[in-house]
Design a protein around this ligand. Structure first.
Ligand SMILES: O=C(O)[C@H](O)COP(=O)(O)O
Length: 230
């Protein structure tokens, strides 16, 4: 059996302001830092020792990983970053206020943008300076695979190759894996692991800074999963 622990990053400064964030690289708030440390303390009390850690290329997830490992006194654990674990790209909604957007377009439309499996947000224009093709962290990637906006389906489609190529082999080798990532990249992974339907997935909400433990058998089928919290 192998153990996979997933942590959604702690509250970010834009979570606190209720802004659509996506691939915008905002830091954790003070509360978010404390949530990340608290995730580490829960894992410490449960006696976790990690062999490898994965995170995105966005600082709210990277810093969550570091605070979590710091509380565990396991700062030395190998750490692999990938854009494939980024938050879903929120397209032209990035930077907008969620409440004001709901007032403008209606609660139902905003709920569809936020939680439906296959409804796309309005896309960024290819020439928009917010487009990831202008961001140096993605310079090694073929610009044609960089999104101008994603739904959960597209997010899942770019997370899965990374799962199959990197995370799944680690788990099959019996390594204990920590992933610090985002609400929607983790919802995509959980949809896959738990076999949640397209209709069922809007109901899944993940708390920030709470370790989600998955116990997996040799075929990586889920034996048990639970949250480590008070
Ligand atoms: O990108 C964002 O705005 C948040 O991190 C997640 O947003 P959501 O709650 O709308 O999925």
């Amino acid at each position: 059996m192998s153990h996979l622990v997933m942590v959604r990053h702690g509250q970010s400064e834009w979570n606190a302001k209720n802004l659509f964030t996506g691939w915008v690289d905002v830091p954790l708030s003070e509360q978010g830092i404390e949530e990340a440390r608290s995730a580490g303390r829960h894992l410490q009390r449960a006696g976790y020792r990690f062999d490898v850690a994965y995170t995105s290329v966005l600082k709210r997830a990277i810093h969550t990983l570091h605070h979590t490992l710091g509380e565990l006194d396991q700062d030395w654990v190998d750490e692999i970053k990938s854009w494939r674990l980024n938050e879903r790209h929120y397209g032209a909604l990035q930077g907008l206020d969620k409440k004001a957007t709901a007032e403008k377009y209606g609660e139902d439309q905003v709920h569809r943008w936020r939680r439906s499996y296959d409804v796309l947000p309005p896309l960024l224009d290819e020439s928009d300076e917010q487009h990831p093709r202008f961001d140096p962290r993605y310079r090694e990637l073929d610009p044609r695979i960089l999104p101008a906006g994603e739904n959960l389906k597209l997010t899942l489609e770019r997370v899965m190759p990374f799962w199959h190529d990197h995370i799944a082999p680690d788990l099959r080798a019996g390594r204990t894996v920590l992933i610090a990532a985002h609400g929607n990249s983790l919802r995509a992974l959980i949809k896959y692991l738990d076999g949640i339907s397209d209709e069922g997935i809007p109901g899944l909400e993940l708390p920030t800074g709470v370790p989600l433990v998955y116990e997996l058998d040799e075929q990586l089928a889920v034996e048990r999963h639970y949250r480590l919290e008070e």
